[in-house]
Design a protein around this ligand. Structure first.
Ligand code: FES
Ligand code: FES
Length: 151
């Protein structure tokens, strides 16, 4: 079947089986490989993208059911440069496999806003990003990076 999908401000018509996941459409049909396939079953967050501004696990999302615009890490504008740089500066990644998912989850979190109190903000980051697994960093660098990028 042909799926019509809007990703990073561009319309695409994709020929794919009806049950194709959004992650497979992004990676295999649109060559957007920022979202990663790790567990493939909703357990790690490496495939996180935004749909209509909300974070979703693209491995569990049927591409044919997506109605709102998809934003992937490739579509982040210069307004998110500080977040990307903060990940590098604070050791928010090592192998990088989880990083695009972490960043997309952090984008949604920062758009929602963090508490002014730094301890509360740190707690909120840890809670909200607990579905994004990282095997390398021990998480402190990720939390520090998101905190540093908060306005
Ligand atoms: S690849 Fe989607 S949650 Fe792990
Ligand atoms: S940086 Fe390697 S899994 Fe997170």
């Amino acid at each position: 079947m042909t799926l019509r999908i809007r990703v990073n401000a561009q319309e695409h018509d994709v020929g794919a089986p009806a049950l194709t996941s959004l992650l497979d459409v992004l990676r295999d049909h649109l060559n957007l490989t920022g979202a990663k396939k790790a567990c493939g079953r909703g357990e790690c967050g490496a495939c996180t993208v935004l749909i209509g501004g909300r974070p979703v696990l693209s491995c569990l999302t049927l591409a044919g059911r997506v109605r709102d615009e998809v934003l992937t890490v490739e579509g982040l504008g210069p307004e998110w440069a500080a977040l990307r740089e903060a990940f590098a500066e604070h050791g928010g990644f090592q192998c990088g496999y989880c990083t695009s998912g972490q960043i997309m989850r952090a984008v949604a979190l920062l758009r929602d806003g963090l508490p002014a109190d730094r301890d509360e903000a740190r707690q909120k980051i840890r809670y909200e990003m607990s579905g994004n697994v990282c095997r390398c960093t021990g998480y402190n660098g990720i939390v520090d990076a998101v905190l540093a990028a908060a306005p």
